[in-house]
Ligand binder design. Sequence first.
Ligand code: TRP
Length: 343
Amino acid sequence: MKKLFALLLAVTMTLALGACSSGNTPSSPAGSPAPSAPDPGAKKVTVGIIQLMEHPSLDEIRGAITARLAEKAAENGLAIEVSYQNGQGDTTTINTICQQFVASKVDVIVAIATPAAQGAAAAAQSSGIPVVFSAVTDPVAAGLVESLEAPGGSVTGTSDAIPVEKIFALADELTPGVGSYGLIYNTSEDNSLSVIAQVKAYLDGKQIPYTDGAITSSADVQTSARNLLGKCDAIFAPIDNTVASAMGVLADEAIQAKKPVYVAADSMVADGGLATVGVNYTNLGSQTADMVLKILTGTPAGEIPVEVLRDNAVVINGNTAAAIGVDVSKYGPGDADIISSVA
Ligand code: TRP
C-alpha cells in the first residue's frame, strides 16, 4: 500500500511538473496547494534523477525531491522537467544512465544513495554538470567530496549520518544484555562499510563479540540471516540498500528466531526490524531539492556545503516487539514513534 502510494505520488508529481510547461493551469483537488501558474518567461531546465534501486526509503526521498521541485519551480523562475531513471542496483546500468544524462546535457544530476552518486560523479566529472547527491551516509569516505564544509568541484548534497552510539544505547534499553551481534551488510556499499567500521569500534570498546554476515546481493539475505541468528543474540543492519531491499525476509527470520534486529533507517523498522534512531527522509529529500534549486538559480555546487541531517528520532515496530516479547510500554508518544506495520 505504501509502495502504491509512493508510486501514485511520483506519477502525480511528474504530471504536476509537466504542467509547468503546458499553457493552462490544471485544477487542483481541494486541500492541496494549487500549482503556481506557468510563467511563459520561466527558464526551461532538466534535472536527471538516478536512484540506485527502488526500496521504500529511496522512493520516499525521490517523492520528496520531485514534490519540492514542483512546488518551488515557479517562484524560482524555472520550468523544471524531471527525468527519472532507476539503476536496478547495478553499477553498469547506473554508469550507462549517468553517461546518457551527460550526453543529453541535463542541467543537474540528482543521485539517490551512495553507489548512484559515485556513478554520477564519475560520469559528470569532465562535463562540469553539477551533481547533487541525496542520502549519502559518508560522502568523504565514498570519495565524493574532500570536505563537507567546502566541497569544491561540482558535487554537493545531503547526508544521513548514522548515530551508531544512540542506536546501541536504544538496543541496551530495549534488550539489555545482548551478548553478541551479527552484522549483515553488502561489502560493496561504502555507506555500509563506514557504519560497520564505527559499529565494530563501538562493540570492541564494550568487549561485545560480533560475527560478520557479509552479503553480495539481496538473494543472500536469508542464508546470512539464518547463519547469524544461529550464532548471535541480535542482528544489526547498517544503512545498507541491499539489505533494505530484502528487509522483510530478514525480519521474518528474526521474528521466527525471537531475536531483535536493530537497523539504521525508519523504513527498515516499518518493514519489520525492531528499532532504530534515524533521520526523516522526507525532510532529507526536500533539503536535497532546495540545493538543486540554488544551483539552478546560479550558485556553484562546490560553494554549497554538504548538509548532514541530525534530527534523529527513535522508531520502534510495536508488532515486532510483541512478536519477540520485548516490552515497549515505557515509551510514550514523545519518546518514540511506535509503528505497527508487519513484515
Ligand atoms: N544512506 C544510504 C546510502 O548512502 C541510502 C539510504 C537512504 C538507505 N535511506 C536508506 C539505505 C534506507 C538503506 C535503508 O547509500
